[in-house]
Design a protein around this ligand. Sequence first.
Ligand code: VGL
Ligand code: ZN
Length: 200
Amino acid sequence: MPKNDALLVIDVQNDFCEGGALAVPGGSEVIAPINEMLKHSDINVFSQDWHPSDHSSFADVHPNKNPFEVVSMPYGSQVLWPRHCVQGSEGAVFHKTLNVNAAQLVVRKGFRTEIDSYSAFFENDHTTVTGLHGYLTSRSVKSITLVGLALDFCVYYTAMDARKLGYDVTVESHACRAIDLDGSLDAALTQMKNAGVVLK
Ligand code: VGL
Ligand code: ZN
């Protein structure tokens, strides 16, 4: 990987792996290829989904709503999820076989009750920043390689924001797995291709 490339490892946490609250099919299969890529990468950033227990993306905080229903929030439409990645819970911990020692920065996201954050750059209002762009800019990063979970949500939103911010973006899809809700995977792949994301 070139010196100014950063490897962004998205949300490889227990709740997104087999047995977790929002398990992504085959989620833990991303870990071996990610650990291998980390050996050859100089700049490594992990993201961690990190919700308060009354987070507005949880279906059970809304009366008469079920997981995977879509609701309208002040910042736009929002999928309601089973409660997952609650701050300090076992489900929010990185999977134990992931080489977390390689992380140089951990970006936590989704920590505000009233707004979700799929992207590691901006919350779902597409305006509130996480600080990741500032960090990468100060380390002279120009290109980003994305891996992790889920390909059609947090990886996808991170890839699109990275393109908008001017980074070259590669998604290593063999080191990603998708939720695939109502065609979300196909839609995400199409949008990423159209935005100039390199899909490998
Ligand atoms: C994610 C749904 C809700 C993800 C996070 O990491 O893709 N998806 N929270
Ligand atoms: Zn979440």
